[in-house]
Design a protein around this ligand. Structure first.
Ligand code: ADP
Length: 406
């Protein structure tokens, strides 16, 4: 056989095979396929899936225009779609509503291509049923909307409760403040008159009477101290706190100056270890925190010279932990949380105090966005710590380690 004739036969064979493959796809597809004549805009072929899907018979499809089988709204919409198709060779509707022969409404994805087959142009329309997908999407978006509604409701409830809490909290603070404030004047009268009894009327009292007068005076004095600390606690809670970068080293120095008397009375040895980073804090509050911790560290010692070490440690997450460590009496593990509460004291007899110092520490640190804690070995010492956010500025220039005996 001549080569040319042989090649033509191969090409014809290949064409037949591809046509067959196309036909099989057309017949078995799970998408609707329509073939339309672009000239007359009439359907010339339809696959079995679409016959089943729309409920028209094959014969009913043939010769119809798209709008007549519920695709595209009306003749005008159909004409516009054809113009667009002629112009761009392709149209696509992601979600087209369509009516089946028995009047059911279904949503389809509609893609139409204009292409050349032999010498003439044809249009192939692919129609995919997306009603299930659409239903899932609708359910999902309804669920999302419901969730958004619920979280909005929840948020407004939280806002409401927070506002209520703030109101009742500030009422309580004001109440505590006015109680502490108003109770102090009668208390000072008790204190003054019990002192007058001891000073001016001792000869008229026997030893028992004198010691009762002393008890009354001391109790009134202690109550006065407690009230004044309670006032300080309540005032600190009302303080408007604004955080800014604060050089720890400077505040530590200031706190040590504030504690100079206690340090020298106790002959305490204070060691400060650099480096001291800068933290985000409210300076006055931070100083008060340090004063209270240093005051306790030099106070709660059994015998011998108090040794206190102050240092800062940088921790992961841009956090700075400040340690105030002492060699004092220590705190048993079961009391380590309780001592931060108002009026909680473990050693009421031997050491002076009101039990508010650590409550002020905790409140101050928490208001600066930090947290506090303590580690301790009873009999050997305690290490109080608090954490604050590291200031985003450059750390304070490290100083030499120094040791001070004050
Ligand atoms: P105060 O010092 O006025 O008693 P605080 O609130 O400062 O009150 O402390 C509460 C209690 O915690 C103290 O009474 C003491 O029992 C215990 N405490 C605080 N600091 C120390 C410390 N450094 N070492 C041992 N115990 C301490």
């Amino acid at each position: 056989m001549p080569v040319l004739q042989h090649n033509r036969k191969i090409v014809t064979g290949a064409l037949c095979a591809s046509e067959l493959r196309y036909r099989r796809l057309f017949e078995s597809a799970y998408d609707g396929i329509l073939i339309v004549d672009p000239e007359s805009r009439k359907i010339i072929d339809v696959n079995p899936y679409l016959v089943e899907f729309l409920g028209y018979s094959y014969e009913e499809f043939i010769g119809k225009e798209l709008f007549e089988i519920g695709l595209l709204k009306d003749e005008a919409a159909s004409q516009a779609a054809f113009r667009l198709l002629q112009k761009s060779g392709y149209i696509r509707y992601d979600c087209l509503p369509l009516e089946t022969k028995d009047g059911r409404r279904v949503d389809v994805e509609f893609v139409s291509n204009l292409y050349r087959e032999d010498d003439k142009q044809v249009i192939q329309c692919n129609i995919r049923d997306i009603s299930r997908r659409k239903k899932i999407e609708d359910t999902l978006s309804e669920a999302r909307a419901q969730q958004a509604r619920r979280s909005a409701e929840l948020e407004s409830l939280v806002d409401l409760r927070t506002a209520e809490l703030r109101r009742s909290n500030s009422q309580l603070q004001m109440f505590a403040y006015s109680i502490a404030h108003d109770l102090r004047s009668p208390l000072q009268i008790i204190q003054g008159f019990s002192q007058l009894l001891i000073d001016d009327h001792a000869p008229n009292l026997n030893a028992e009477g004198q010691s009762y007068a002393k008890f009354v005076g001391n109790a009134a004095k202690q109550l006065d101290l407690m009230l004044s600390d309670l006032l300080a606690f309540s005032q600190a809670s009302q303080l408007n706190i604004k955080l800014s970068p604060v050089a720890l080293e400077t505040v530590v120095e200031k706190a040590l100056t504030n504690c100079a008397m206690e340090i020298s009375e106790g002959n305490a040895r204070i060691e400060t270890s650099s480096p001291w980073p800068s933290v985000l804090a409210h300076e006055a509050t931070l100083r008060q925190v340090l004063v209270n911790l240093i005051g306790n560290a030099v106070k709660f010692v059994r015998s011998g010279r108090p040794q206190v070490r102050l240092r800062a440690e940088e921790r992961p997450g841009e956090i700075v932990r400040v340690w105030v460590e002492d060699n004092g009496i220590g705190i048993p593990a079961e009391f380590r949380e309780r001592i931060f509460k108002v009026f909680q004291r473990l050693h009421t007899k031997k050491y002076a105090g009101t039990g508010i110092g650590l409550a002020i520490v905790q409140q101050g640190v928490e208001r600066m966005g930090g947290r506090v804690g303590v580690e301790s070995s009873p009999g050997k010492g305690s290490s109080f710590w608090f954490e604050l956010a590291k200031a985003p500025t450059r750390a304070v220039k490290p100083k030499q380690k120094k040791e001070t005996a004050r």
